[in-house]
Structures are given as structure tokens and as C-alpha cells.
Ligand binder design. Structure first.
Ligand code: SF4
Length: 205
């Protein structure tokens, strides 16, 4: 563990994914929290997530910075990839777009380190996120904190903290395709439940 704590720009996506990671990072660094998520749709959803994370960060006495909400820019990058499953090519572009923005802010504001909470999610491949982070760090001569925060029960602890802290908990990742795919999965589950109930219902015996 470092004796002298350096500052780090920590990209966050929502309060649920961030509470545990911020605690972990604060052991070694002085985190400045950066919320840049133009992937989140609609704007009301973006605001709900932002309000929770901002409140939490300020309660810890840390700095909170919000990047621009620019969904059109995100759409431009993700064009043609709406049928990709979560974890596929669209996500890689989404990670890169957000981290690229984080890096630019880091350079402009004299941060030597940057990191992201994204690897805490069991739906996100840490290998891809770390590769993108390392590439950007090399391009801009910065240090990227490589992580797999979901390990060692990281995600489980995050969910527990979210319940205790009464955070808003979304049921989709953020973009329109992830919203639609989540609704589709919900409909499928409901249909399976309906059909199962019909089979076991006494009226059908
Ligand atoms: S599913 Fe999540 S990570 Fe993937 S593109 Fe959509 S918002 Fe980005």
C-alpha cells in the first residue's frame, strides 16, 4: 500500500456499482469521482443514477465532477450495433468512448492516474476494459489502475451496500438496446412462468 496517496480520477457509472469500489480505491488513492455516461437512456434515468452517486460521493467529502450528457455522440459511436448482445462489440465501443473522455479530463486536470468502476459488474468483461484502459494510458502517458472489482465478492458487497444505503437500483445497463433486451428477457421469464403455472394448475389435472 502506498505511503503517500496520489490523486486518481475514478470514472463511475452508478451508485450501486461505485460504493464498494470507491472505498477500495480510497485505501490507496485520493479519488475524484467522474460521472460520464452518455450511454444512459432516457435522461430521467441518467438523472436518477447521477443524483444517487453524487449524494453518496459528497457525503464522503470527495469531489464529484459530471461530464457532459451527450447521448447523440454515444449514438454516433454505437451506430449499427443495436443487435449486439450485452458484452459484445457495442459494449467495447461504449467502454472506449467513456474512458477516452475520462482520459482527456485527466490530462487537462493534471491527474497521473485514472480508473473505472465498470469491472465490478458481472456482465462486463474486465479483460476488455483493462485492455482499453492500458491502451489509452500508453497513448496519453498516464497510469491506468487495472482491476477486476467483481472478484473477492466485490459485486455482492456492492449490492449489499446499495440496499443498506437505499440506492436506486436499475434493471438494465443503460443504453436503449440494453433496455430493450432486458424487457425481452423479462417477457420471456413471465411467459415461462405463465406456461409452468398452466401445466401445474389443478384445473389442468
Ligand atoms: S449494454 Fe451497457 S456497456 Fe454495453 S453498450 Fe449498452 S450501456 Fe454500454
Amino acid at each position: 500500500m502506498k505511503q503517500h496517496k496520489e490523486k486518481i480520477l475514478l470514472h463511475v457509472c452508478c451508485a450501486t456499482c461505485s460504493s464498494y469500489v470507491i472505498k477500495v480505491m480510497a485505501r490507496e488513492f485520493i479519488p475524484t469521482i467522474y460521472y460520464y455516461n452518455p450511454n444512459i437512456h432516457p435522461f430521467e434515468e441518467y438523472l436518477k443514477r447521477r443524483l444517487d452517486i453524487e449524494g453518496y460521493v459528497r457525503s464522503l467529502g470527495l469531489d464529484f465532477i459530471e461530464g457532459d450528457y451527450e447521448p447523440d455522440r454515444w449514438q454516433f459511436f454505437a451506430e449499427g450495433l443495436k443487435h449486439e448482445p450485452e458484452g459484445g462489440a457495442r459494449c467495447e465501443i461504449c467502454f472506449r468512448m467513456r474512458l477516452n473522455h475520462v482520459v482527456l479530463y485527466a490530462v487537462q486536470h493534471d491527474f497521473q492516474w485514472f480508473a473505472t468502476t465498470l469491472t465490478v459488474s458481472p456482465h462486463k468483461k474486465s479483460g476488455i476494459i483493462n485492455r482499453i484502459g492500458k491502451e489509452l494510458a500508453e497513448d496519453y502517458d498516464l497510469n491506468f489502475y487495472q482491476s477486476d472489482f467483481k472478484k473477492h465478492d466485490g459485486f455482492k458487497i456492492s449490492v449489499k451496500m446499495a440496499k443498506e444505503l437505499d440506492f436506486y437500483r436499475q434493471d438494465y445497463c443503460g443504453c436503449i438496446p440494453s433496455y430493450e433486451q432486458s424487457r425481452e428477457r423479462k417477457r420471456t421469464r413471465e411467459e415461462i412462468t405463465r406456461q409452468t403455472q398452466q401445466i401445474v394448475s389443478p384445473t389442468n389435472v
